[in-house]
Design a protein around this ligand. Sequence first.
Ligand code: NAD
Length: 493
Amino acid sequence: MLWNWIALSRFEPMENILNYINGELVAPVSQSFLDNINPATNEVYSYCPDSDERDVQLAYEAAEAAFPIWSEMSTGDRSRIMLKIARLIEENNDALSLAESIDQGKPLWLAKHGEIPRAQSNIHFFATAIEHFASEAHPMGNHALNYTLRTPVGVVACISPWNLPLYLFTWKIAPAIAAGNCVVAKPSEITPMTAYLFSKICMEAGLPKGVLNIVHGLGPKVGSAMVGHPKINTISFTGGTKTGAEIARVAAPMFKKLSLELGGKNPTIIFADCDFEKTVKESVRASFTNQGEICLCGSRIYVERSIYDKFKTAYVTQVAALKIGDPLQDETKVGAIASKVHFDKILSYIELAKEEGGSILTGGKAFVPQGRCENGLFIEPTVIEGLNHLCRTNQEEIFGPVVTLQPFDTEEEVLEYANSTQYGLACSVWTENLGKAHRVSAKIKSGIVWINCWLLRDLRTPFGGVKQSGVGREGGWEALRFFTEAKNVCVKL
Ligand code: NAD
């Protein structure tokens, strides 16, 4: 049970993580497991199934068998089971948060007060949304009546990344099962633990067998078997832009329905007329929450020249004061980087920034804490200035605790900077001038614009990116529409 997990996980290797197929926890067909590493100590602490296409096939068969019963169940009955899952997430917040922190490296308090409650809200939100989901009717005078019949699409694939593991996993699974689909899901092999604990919660909540199947393992083995499966015709993916392109390449000739939530390189635009104190504080949060490993983090900060020096001093002072280290300690603001590969990638970008002529204002290197985390994967929160907006450091996604500062003079200039990358996920704009805020928001090429705030999310709003940040929208009705097929029925009167 979940509860024993805390004692087991902290200091000893625990039982193997298992796949969740047809309502049961099972080892992969290969009987092979991958090391699962705690990034704060850089030690193996559990084992993740190294599944392959045979496990995906078993998961598909279970989902296909469950589909007729689940899809025909009343929305009320589906909703009740999902509400029980949501309740169990809430009741097990402590165990899930600890698992997330150990597996991903994020501060425990962040998991406890942010991500795990949000995973609960995802399930709760779609459990209730499905009770209110309606479709349109289009009468043609007295001649005919059209109505839109929305039916679940069948067996769908949900693939998620490592940065917000349970949060993003449930963000996909919740609308999929609420709409009556059965799911084959894959969490990241870097952070499989909370998906495993979630499967135990689904069992306890009485989710019928086969409705959700979780296959753990590597992307090129498990993920690609899901994407290439001839009978899985709908894929919801969150992850890197390169992986998204590969998924689209495989899925397009098979005419699969795709939702792709991909990378970002988000600008933070700060005008001289902003509320200064609030802007400094919130832009620090927008840069370094979860070690900067949130697709929505602001990593390019553009500051109007007249306040550039004042902003730089205040911002760098606050960044340098962020406590970095053991994710389990309450005062830690910046935890460990999720994996060694990613750690090396971030450090290589800091080197690149120096080669491109950037000056490091604070941070700029790995951090070695004392004590139990001395071998962990930590990088100091890093602020760089002196770079052109078109250099690689400012164009490519780093996805870590690294931001750049650059001054601007006019609205037109900052819009050019902000829109200059291949990405278009999110942006935040800081100004007390309402007209300017609206003007800039309209001209920013991104799926989300926050004005005088960051990461303020209402689950009913459309979520997604433009350009190479993604295709399609999640959230609210958008997600329920994605996971259903619309059929027009025309009745001659
Ligand atoms: P990734 O693309 O490497 O992996 C994401 C998932 O895809 C993992 O489960 C992985 O195993 C799987 N995968 C890898 N290769 C695959 C393949 N060929 N076929 C099918 N599945 C495959 O991404 P990551 O490193 O785990 O996550 C970081 C990236 O995710 C960043 O680029 C970040 O911006 C992005 N992200 C985007 C959003 C968003 O909402 N737009 C949210 C979070 C993270």
